[in-house]
Design a protein around this ligand. Structure first.
Ligand SMILES: *Cc1c(COP(=O)(O)O)cnc(C)c1O
Length: 387
């Protein structure tokens, strides 16, 4: 047993967090206005190459507002991968719409774009710019792609498909800060994208999210809805059912400090991934994270796949016994109680990926000794005859 637990993906403070938070406290600007909000938004917009970035309270709130701003209406349908953190699927329900759970591609673990195309061509009709699900007779309004684990969806196939069927394209880039595809940052390919600054993300604000868009009207709509849809700053006149989804200056101060260190943080993640790839690639029965053409990954959460038949539960147990927090991948959404009976389309690979995946410690602060301990424990669990 080692005395200190090796955590999965914990917050890492590296820059001016203390200084900036102190500035908030000293000045009294701790709430939903103050200079760090604009600075944080500007820093993120510049870094990802988005014309607009609107800070909100969480990544989940960002998704909810992105769907509303994109015009997703109650009883419409949104295509989303079944392997994802649950937030984007919940956000579809918050908007009163229905998810259609899609398979993931075994070659990249992301939304299977080939199956999205098949669903649209075979299971839907397309007339006058409107896609209708032939089975449910509901309108399909949007695709919500999730860039999973610091990798990315192949956007050169998804963008033209969304365009052809006149669907809104929303990208959940919560796990993809810093990830570029063909040189362009994820979250900026579609109509609207979202980021999260939750504690386990590459950059954390403590809690926070951001909506990215090139379109001014969408950005304004998001800001309006996040601020209780207040039409006039001096009067309580509200033009719509809005939300209190605003970010605070305190959170923005922490987020800005971390954004200023983004390149360094990405390098740390890449060093962790390189170490795992070098050492785990030699263990029989372990597959590394996929290489995706034109993608510059950040490996937010380094994840391996065990060969079929390896006992993932026992491997996890061995890691836990050694004080190492490893985790299964996100449970396929179609197997979760609130989404049982939700429409799916041709899911063939999601369950096998889920059953074989192990997410490994990927905190920015991991030192060499901790990484060695993770590898040693996996070797012991997977090559027992050597010991
Ligand atoms: C973390 C995460 C979110 C939600 O972010 P919060 O800030 O925790 O609300 C959304 N989508 C994905 C894929 C995530 O990993």
């Amino acid at each position: 047993m080692i005395s200190q637990k090796i955590l999965l993906c914990e917050p890492y403070l590296s820059g001016r967090e203390w200084k900036y938070v102190k500035e908030c406290l000293d000045s009294g600007w701790i709430a939903t206005s103050g200079s760090f909000l604009g600075r944080f938004e500007k820093e993120v917009a510049q870094c990802v190459g988005s014309a607009h970035a609107v800070g909100v309270a969480t990544g989940t709130a960002a998704l909810h507002l992105a769907l509303l701003a994109a015009g997703v209406q109650p009883e419409e349908e949104v295509l989303v991968p079944t392997i994802t953190f649950i937030a984007p699927v919940n956000a579809i329900r918050y908007a009163g719409a229905h998810p259609v759970l899609m398979d993931v591609d075994p070659l990249n673990w992301q939304l299977d774009v080939g199956k999205v195309e098949r669903f649209l061509r075979e299971a839907c009709s397309f007339h006058d710019g409107i896609v209708t699900n032939k089975n449910t007779h509901r309108r399909v309004k949007a695709i919500l792609a999730v860039h999973l684990l610091g990798l990315c969806c192949p956007m050169d196939r998804l963008v033209p498909l969304a365009k052809e069927f006149q669907l809104k394209l929303i990208e959940d880039a919560a796990e993809g800060l810093g990830v570029r595809y063909r040189g362009r940052h994820v979250g900026t390919f579609g109509d609207i994208g979202t980021l999260s600054f939750n504690g386990n993300k590459l950059v954390s604000a403590g809690s926070g999210g951001m909506v990215l868009t090139q379109k001014r009207d969408l950005a304004e709509r998001v800001r309006y809805l996040a601020t209780q849809a207040k039409d006039n700053p001096d009067e309580f006149f509200h033009g719509a059912v809005g939300f209190n989804y605003r970010l605070t200056n305190l959170h923005a101060a922490v987020g800005l400090a971390q954004m200023e260190e983004l390149e360094e943080r990405i390098s740390k993640k890449r060093r962790i991934a390189a170490f795992y790839e070098k050492r785990l690639g030699e263990i029989p029965g372990v597959s590394l994270m996929p290489q995706i053409a034109h993608c510059e990954p950040t490996y937010w959460l380094y994840t391996i796949l065990l060969a079929k038949g390896e006992r993932r539960k026992e491997v996890l147990k061995a890691l836990h016994a050694a004080g190492i927090m490893a985790r299964p991948l996100f449970h396929p959404i179609h197997g979760l109680p609130p989404y049982q009976g939700t429409q799916t389309f041709c899911i063939e690979h999601a369950e096998s990926i889920y059953a074989r995946a192990v997410c490994l410690p990927s905190s920015l602060g991991l030192d060499q000794a901790a990484l060695e301990a993770v590898v040693a424990c996996l070797e012991k669990a997977l090559i027992p005859c050597r010991y």
